[in-house]
Design a protein around this ligand. Structure first.
Ligand SMILES: [Zn+2]
Length: 111
């Protein structure tokens, strides 16, 4: 009787991090957009972005972060932990915050 090893069903061809990388090569995306693209929970995105950023340097790529911004007074959260959205504006106390957006910039230097 021949052995039939149970082949794992390939639901996704790429790993979540590869999907994340691919999504970031396009237009800037928020954690919410990225979680949908990569099939990850939105809470996991900052952690993956941190790891991704480190691996990108070796490839000559750079993770560009557009910081979160208050929609009420345009305060920019430059000093904030970069990958997570703040809950409330320290200037005007508004909870209407545009989340940070991310994309990958590819360096075109020769070498
Ligand atoms: Zn504000």
């Amino acid at each position: 009787m021949p052995n039939k090893p149970p082949a794992p069903a390939p639901e996704r061809s790429a790993t979540p991090r590869a999907a994340l990388h691919e999504a970031l090569l396009g237009a800037p995306k928020t954690s919410k957009d990225l979680s949908a693209r990569a099939g990850l929970s939105e809470k996991e995105i900052p952690k993956h972005l941190e790891h991704l950023e480190k691996s990108l340097k070796a490839k000559g790529e750079r993770l560009v972060v557009k910081p979160a911004e208050c929609l009420a007074c345009s305060f920019v959260f430059k000093d904030r932990s970069r990958f997570t959205a703040p809950g409330r504006c320290p200037e005007c106390q508004s909870p209407r915050i545009a989340p940070p957006a991310f994309h990958i910039e590819v360096k075109t230097t020769k070498g």
